[in-house]
Design a protein around this ligand. Structure first.
Ligand SMILES: Cc1cc2nc3c(=O)[nH]c(=O)nc-3n(C[C@H](O)[C@H](O)[C@H](O)COP(=O)(O)OP(=O)(O)OC[C@H]3O[C@@H](n4cnc5c(N)ncnc54)[C@H](O)[C@@H]3O)c2cc1C
Length: 593
């Protein structure tokens, strides 16, 4: 993950600002290894993403209920679009069914495999999961489109998964052979300044929300994610770590209301003080139960906050220690980091961080508007040609002991042997990132929300990313090894974070939900008794037999022959990428989930 701001990071960032006086800052600590740098350990001293990226990509559609055609302003009119007739002729039985759906949908478009529009709608960066092939994509525009699609899929026994931002680490927004409901057009945001709340449609990504806040009032801030293209709904459903969490809690701690289309296709709005106990239970369950489990979120209402600085300025940047040169400084700093009681909110940044400055970091801090801190993850970009795999851990206060720091150093040494030649393979990397939460996130009890790890203070993710398909086995083994070494130090020796979902977690029910899992099953039994919303790690109704069985040692990469770099080629335009993906998909159709 590259962190960069709009402005170049300067070694002398404090010229015009008195950081001791005016700015708020929050800390995210990460240890990062990339071969091309010599071993940097970085403390990101927050802030945040920049959201103007991709603004010009807003698509428009040419569609009607009768002509299931879609287009987009990316495509030239002379390009071939699938016509209902053509599809009908090729796949008469399958598509007859979908033509019926098309008649029922008030405003949505339907996309079939073979078109660039289909490829664009289901695009995900990770090559491990990119080629899951749904029969159709429904691009919903209204809540009614969502409800009609859910009812249709249920009636016809079809799989259905929903896709918003497409950032599921395990590609769980996609499926093979079913319907993918793309709700990314449902992305409106409205602010109620008087009541300090914001309402966001279920398909919005953080960029949609933050750009409106910035436009309305520079001071306005909300508890959202660090990546502008992460979906708001799924981020919140999975608890939601934010750079502001130490002060204001998790995303779910700020959630006021959620509207969901349930497995029956009904619209339900839930709040914490509902009279109906079943609705109250559902509100509890969506506080960390995870995306794709209870229904389709079509809107959320959450709290707004004001930053103290009138221009919404905060301190962001990185403190970096170069290893092995600065190993002694680094180790001493980590010990101080781990044993210091940090404030929930840093009102005097330099003073608050003084204990770290004693250990000679490269100082990349600067003051900027909170939305101008950009975290770019190139592996989610349309030109991404990488495979990646994650594991996650949650540690309690004081969890980064010298022993843990030594294990991480050892793992980073191992990583060097995996990505040895950065010059020819610069997209390959291994890193461990630590989100520093605590403070307000620890104020609730484990059973107060579905997210149980309230004593968690560091949420870590280990990531392996590679380009060469022959590295699959070694990279998975590297993450397995990191888990083997670090899990014993995580809470109860098992805590993992649902939003950093990992398809290889053993006993994920306990790892994500601990003692809250049985209650989640009861809620599931009430709202989705037939287990309509399901994927490999979805919550099961009580007494339900698991439909997805995982053999011990199962590895996702064993499921298919991955595309080679030669097949992927070197596309220069998005349309070329989509056309290439369509071509590869066709040649992979024999591979099953
Ligand atoms: C680069 C990057 C940065 C991240 N930063 C953070 C962070 O700072 N803090 C944090 O907590 N997490 C973070 N995450 C994790 C992120 O919150 C989760 O991966 C989240 O599930 C992504 O949501 P999405 O809509 O983008 O993905 P999708 O793949 O579209 O959806 C993820 C899952 O939720 C389901 N889903 C999507 N939309 C809905 C909906 N409307 N209703 C019900 N289910 C739905 C999907 O079916 C899928 O199972 C980050 C992830 C990435 C890749």
């Amino acid at each position: 993950m590259n962190a960069s701001s709009n402005n170049a990071i300067s070694q002398e960032p404090f010229d015009d600002f008195d950081l001791n006086e005016h700015f708020e800052s929050y800390i995210l600590l990460s240890q990062n290894y990339r071969e091309q740098f010599s071993y940097p350990w970085i403390a990101y001293i927050m802030m945040f993403d920049h959201f103007s990226l991709l603004k010009d990509e807003t698509r428009f559609r040419v569609s009607s209920a009768r002509n299931l055609w879609v287009s987009s302003n990316n495509y030239k009119p002379e390009q071939k679009f699938l016509s209902t007739k053509a599809v009908h002729n090729e796949q008469p039985v399958r598509n007859k069914k979908f033509l019926i759906l098309g008649e029922k949908l008030p405003t949505a478009s339907i996309l079939f495999p073979g078109s660039n529009a289909y490829e664009e709608a289901i695009f995900i960066g990770n090559l491990l999961y990119r080629f899951k092939t749904p029969s159709i994509v429904v691009q919903a525009v209204t809540e009614e489109d969502v409800a009609v699609t859910v009812k249709f899929a249920k009636e016809h026994g079809l799989k259905l998964t929903v896709k918003s931002g497409g950032h599921s680490y395990a590609g769980y927004c996609l499926n093979h052979g079913g319907i993918v409901l793309d709700i990314s057009s449902m992305n409106k945001v409205s602010i109620d300044h008087e009541n300090m709340t914001v309402s966001i449609q279920g398909g919005a990504v953080w960029r949609d929300a933050y750009s409106l806040l910035k436009e309305k009032d520079l001071r306005l801030m909300m508890i959202g994610g660090q990546c502008p293209t992460v979906g708001v709904s799924a981020f919140l459903l999975g608890a939601g770590l934010s750079p502001f969490s130490r002060r204001y809690g998790l995303g779910i701690d700020n959630l006021l209301e959620m509207t969901i289309i349930t497995a029956n296709g009904e619209k339900v709005t839930v709040t914490h003080d509902d009279i109906d106990p079943a609705k109250r239970d559902l509100f509890w369950a969506i506080h960390g139960g995870g995306g794709g489990n209870f229904g389709i979120t079509v809107s959320v209402k959450t709290k707004l906050h004001n930053l103290r600085d009138p221009n919404g300025t905060v301190v962001c940047g990185e403190l970096t220690w170069n290893l092995p040169k600065q190993e002694a400084d680094f180790k001493a700093m980590m010990n101080v980091w781990n044993t210091t009681t940090w404030p929930e909110e840093m009102s005097q940044c330099l003073k608050d961080l003084a204990p770290l400055f004693d250990f000679n970091p490269d100082n990349g801090l600067e003051a900027m508007h909170w939305t101008d801190w950009e975290v770019i993850d190139a592996s989610f970009d349309v030109f991404s040609q990488v495979y990646y795999h994650h594991g996650s851990f949650i540690f309690a206060e004081g969890g980064i002991t010298p022993k843990v720091a030594a294990i991480i150093t050892q793992l980073m040494e191992e990583a060097k042997t995996l990505v040895p030649d950065s010059s020819s393979n610069s997209a390959s990397e291994c890193h461990i990132l630590w989100d520093h939460i605590g403070g307000a996130t620890t104020k609730l009890k484990p059973e107060d929300t579905a997210f149980p790890w309230r004593d968690g203070v560091y949420v870590a993710t280990v990531r392996a990313q590679w380009v060469d398909p022959s590295l699959h086995k070694r990279m998975f083994e590297f993450v397995d090894r990191a888990k083997e070494l670090l899990l014993p130090y995580s809470i109860q020796g098992k805590a993992a974070y649902i939003n950093y979902i990992d398809s290889t977690v053993e006993n994920w029910q306990e790892a994500y939900y601990a003692d809250n899992y049985p209650r989640l099953q009861h809620v599931k039994s009430h709202w989705d008794p037939t287990n309509f919303f399901q994927f490999e790690q979805s919550i099961e109704p009580v007494g339900h037999k698991r439909t997805h069985h995982r053999k011990p040692g199962w590895k996702p990469w064993e499921k298919f022959t991955p595309p080679t770099p030669q097949q992927l080629g070197n596309p220069k335009t998005k349309n070329h990428v989509y056309a290439t993906n369509a071509h590869i998909r066709r040649s992979m159709l024999s591979h099953k989930e």
